[in-house]
Write a protein that binds this ligand. Structure first.
Ligand SMILES: Cc1ncc(COP(=O)(O)O)c(C=O)c1O
Length: 396
């Protein structure tokens, strides 16, 4: 049966593929140490689950408005004003089936085929694929370990052409964990206003910020910036709710209306019960976030300490999220005991998985050859065993 050119040319999600490869090896009886997952390893807090059960029992099991319940949109606005002092109205909120769906909606609603979308590398695996899916063109701008993986205003300006529609920004970043300093964001905001470019600011990791780093939402740099900004967020990472599939946009009203029209013809509403759970997450006690963050913080310190001690690895300290993104290119050219040699990050990950049973994700998937991503959203026991195995593998 025919399948479309558009979908045929699409690369499958490399993080999901890496997890599948690890699962395959595990099914064959091997004890795999898994560091590929992009989700908190904690269960959703009890009070959120209870709100979902109550919603089901109260009969909230029907369609809701296409882009979410008015009460949830109010919760989103209230939480954003509480956390960042920036006011939005419910008419500027659309709720979707997770942040990934929200991103696809934004690109569909804002881009024409042939428009250019600027994406600083390394970038989250789905960004370029989602841009291609709407017929737009990803324009990759390389950032370096030395700059903390932050695109400068000059780089942004240099990448803009008459066809540029939108910038996809992600801070804290998946895969690097980098957090743009406030001045760097301000400088990008100035260029966006001057050149009239839409900035889609993916702030899904906003609550996972480590000591010494500051998060500032892109919508907080004044009205002219806010008018050109679309915020992406959701409950997936902050409240350990990846499976509930609730994400949203904060956008100018005309964009929200366009997304509402789109979603009403496409998926209709996100799960009604999950919407009640998301309200409980946003309006309820927030200490569940700090409890999770405390654990991420100690894992982060342990992981970075161990990686620093392994010869030939380098990285920029992650200021947020739960990833360590390190450079392994000094090990390229080495030969394994079986005779195979490692030429790139994908070879490195395959060799590490097959020989040391440690699963990482190749940097190639994020537009960053030479690097690999380790997610520390897993237990300390696994982290310790994994780093021992990585160290042993590289010492051989
Ligand atoms: C940067 C970034 N944006 C968006 C998402 C998607 O989040 P959701 O699970 O809510 O679709 C992820 C998930 O890994 C992510 O890392």
């Amino acid at each position: 049966m025919h399948t479309s050119k558009l979908v045929n040319q699409l690369a499958p999600s490399a993080t999901i593929a890496a997890a599948a490869k690890a699962r395959e090896l595990r099914a064959s009886g091997v004890d795999v140490l898994e560091f590929t997952l992009g989700e908190p390893d904690f269960t959703t807090p009890e009070h959120i689950c209870e709100a979902a059960v109550a919603a089901m029992k109260d009969g909230h099991t029907h369609y809701t408005p296409a882009t979410g319940l008015p009460a949830l949109k109010e919760s989103v606005c209230r939480a954003f004003a509480r956390d960042y002092g920036v006011e939005y109205t419910p008419a500027e909120v659309t709720v979707s089936n997770g942040a990934k769906h929200a991103i696809h909606n934004v690109l569909t609603a804002c881009c024409e085929p042939g428009d250019e979308v600027i994406i600083p590398t390394p970038y989250w695996v789905s960004y370029s694929a989602l841009v291609e899916l709407v017929g737009a063109i990803p324009v990759l701008v390389e950032t370096t370990e030395e700059s903390g993986f932050c695109m400068t205003a000059d780089q942004f300006r240099g990448a803009i052409t008459a066809k540029t529609r939108l910038l996809m920004l992600n801070s804290p970043s998946n895969p690097t964990g980098s957090v743009y300093p406030v001045e760097a964001l301000e400088a990008l905001a100035e260029v966006a206003v001057e050149k009239d470019i839409i900035v889609m600011s993916d702030e899904i990791y906003d609550k996972l910020i480590y000591d010494g780093y500051t998060f500032k939402t892109f919508a907080s740099f004044g009205q002219e910036v806010r008018d050109r900004t679309i915020i992406i967020n959701g409950v997936s990472k902050a409240y350990a709710m990846t499976g509930w599939r609730i994400g949203w946009t904060l956008a100018p009203e005309n964009v929200s209306k366009a997304i509402t029209k789109l979603q009403s013809q496409q998926t209709s509403n996100p799960c009604s019960v999950s919407q009640f759970a998301a309200m409980a997450a946003l309006d309820g006690p927030q200490d569940c976030i700090s409890e999770m963050l405390t654990q991420f913080q100690s894992r982060r310190e342990y992981v970075l300490g161990r990686l620093r001690a392994i010869p030939g690895l380098s990285f920029a300290d992650p200021g947020g999220a739960f990833y360590a993104f390190f450079n392994v290119s000094s090990h390229f050219g080495r030969t394994l005991p079986g005779g195979a040699s490692v030429h790139n990050s994908s070879d490195f990950c395959t060799a590490l998985l097959e020989n040391a049973h440690v699963a990482l994700v190749t940097g190639d998937a994020f537009g960053a050859p030479g690097f690999v991503r380790l997610s520390f959203a897993t237990s300390m026991d696994i982290i310790e065993a994994g780093l021992n195995a990585l160290e042993g593998f590289l010492a051989e």
